[in-house]
Design a protein around this ligand. Structure first.
Ligand SMILES: [Cu+2]
Length: 485
């Protein structure tokens, strides 16, 4: 029996070889594996070597207008740098060229890339690079393990067009990625990409800090959270706020925006969505298949996409991971500011009028009369409405809802709370030395003057607050005065 085995094996190997030959031959004749590739594009590089001009994210190198393959020299340096991951929160990032993500590399299909990887002498770790655009062992990682103060070089031919992730693949790999070591390499097809008015570069990543979300100071890497795949932060471009406020991406009315979007992970897949936008084109998984009119596109960990959207009206569009807890409570939020004239035919805000308000319905008004009734009514309103956000114990939720218990903000000015409940509150506030930047909705339309007076009196006299009374006539006056500003 044992002598049969080699015969059976070699017969099947032979069959496999015969079977494989036509496929291999076909590949050799058409090395790109798809019809658009020109055989000449895979010949020797032509002309003098080109030094790739790298720029910081969210910028991208200029489009390629070459019609022949070239030798492109790319220089990356791995650096370990302490930077802010959110306002007042610092983290020891491991990076390519000092940024998370590392710079976007842009080459043409058929180019030969000469990749130089330096490791900053001040690094503590060895690093390497695995580029998903490489056909070869480790995507280059096996040729680039680089100790601090050293440089490695390897070359590869960019055999396939697409948007590809690169990352460090030094053990423990998840830790090197979680610390920010990833970026994108775009391999343009021979005919180039269609023109877009604006091009930007965005990469999502999940981060694991020992402190809770927004806990200030220098935070270290948390291996337990990594193992549980429960990130503290989920971010675009390595920092909360990297693409919002003054850092927002820009577009103009009537322009098109192309986003190269990658997901470094290490763990989470991204449901990438632009609030207020539709992807005219989305390159599925960063490959050659283009989908149209897409609302949300999935970007796997270690994957990428290229999306194009039109921006026909002015205003702000928001980039999010539509697993929206990550967007609103872990930082995965970006912004595109579109400037230009209003386009009422496409988007127009109508008036906002009161449809019905509880205050206008005397029959439904709180009937609480005595102090005991008022306290019970306040408790009911608190439990039915306020506790949904501020929590049943009034302690709030870190990073999302401020506490009403022992709140210095509330106790220092209880009258101010009337306007907050009536008209809502947004923007930055500080409660018990912790910053909050969130939105409380206006509750004036659904709560009567009595109910607001009762709930505020209840809150002031419970949860270790300083006591005091808010009367219905005070609420009535603030309601009549209308919202501030
Ligand atoms: Cu590394």
């Amino acid at each position: 029996m044992s002598r049969m085995l080699p015969i059976v094996l070699s017969a099947s190997l032979l069959a496999a070889a015969l079977y494989a030959t036509p496929t291999l031959a076909a590949k050799a004749a058409n090395p790109a594996g798809h019809s658009r590739a020109l055989a000449a594009d895979f010949g020797a590089p032509q002309g003098a070597p080109i030094e790739e001009k790298l720029v910081d994210p969210p910028g991208v190198p200029a489009p390629i207008h070459r019609n022949h393959p070239a030798r492109v020299i790319v220089r990356l340096e791995t650096r370990e740098v302490v930077k802010e991951i959110a306002d007042g929160v610092r983290y020891d990032f491991w990076t390519f060229n000092g940024s998370t993500p590392g710079p976007l590399i842009r080459v043409r299909e058929g180019d030969t890339v000469e990749l130089h990887l330096r490791n900053d002498p001040n690094s503590h770790m060895t690093h390497n690079i695995d580029l998903h655009a490489v056909m070869g062992p480790g995507g280059g990682a096996v040729s680039t393990a680089t100790a601090p103060g050293h440089e490695s070089v390897f070359t590869f031919k960019a055999m396939r067009s697409g948007v590809f992730v690169y990352h460090c693949a030094t053990p423990p790999v998840p830790m090197h990625i979680a610390n920010g070591m990833y970026g994108l390499i775009v391999v343009e097809p021979p005919q180039g990409l269609p023109k877009a008015d604006h091009e930007y570069y965005v990469m999502q990543g999940d981060f694991y800090t020992t402190g809770t979300y927004h806990e200030p100071g220098l935070q270290s890497f948390d291996m337990q959270k990594l193992l549980a795949e429960q990130p503290t932060y989920v971010l675009f471009n390595g920092r909360e706020g990297s693409l919002t406020g003054d850092n927002a991406l820009k577009s103009g009315v009537g322009d098109t925006v192309r986003l190269f979007v990658g997901n470094g992970g290490p763990n989470l897949a991204s449901s990438f969505h632009v609030i207020g936008g539709i992807f005219d084109d989305a390159n599925v998984e960063g490959g050659t298949l283009v989908n149209h009119n897409v609302q949300t596109t999935l970007i796997p960990a270690g994957g990428a996409t290229m999306v194009e959207l039109s921006t026909p009206v002015p205003g702000a569009l928001l980039l999010v991971d539509h697993s929206v807890t990550r967007a609103f409570m872990k930082g995965a939020m970006g912004q595109i500011d579109i400037s230009g004239p209003a386009q009422p035919a496409i988007y127009e805000k109508g008036p906002n009028t009161t449809f019905v308000s509880k205050a206008a319905l005397p029959a439904q008004q709180s009937m609480a009369a005595s102090a005991g009734d008022k306290a019970a009514d306040g408790k009911r309103v608190f439990t039915q409405i306020c506790s949904a956000c501020h929590q049943g114990n009034a302690m709030g939720l870190p990073g999302a809802f401020p506490p009403l218990a022992m709140s210095d903000y509330l106790n220092s000015d209880p009258q101010r709370a009337i306007g907050i409940v009536l008209h809502g509150l947004s923007g930055k506030i500080t409660v018990n030395s912790t910053g909050y930047e969130s939105v409380m909705p206006a509750l004036g339309p659904q709560l009567s003057d009595d109910e607001i007076a009762n709930v505020l009196t209840y809150v002031l006299n419970n949860f270790n607050n300083k006591g005091g009374t808010i009367s219905a006539s005070e609420v009535k006056a603030v309601r009549a005065a209308g919202p501030a500003k």
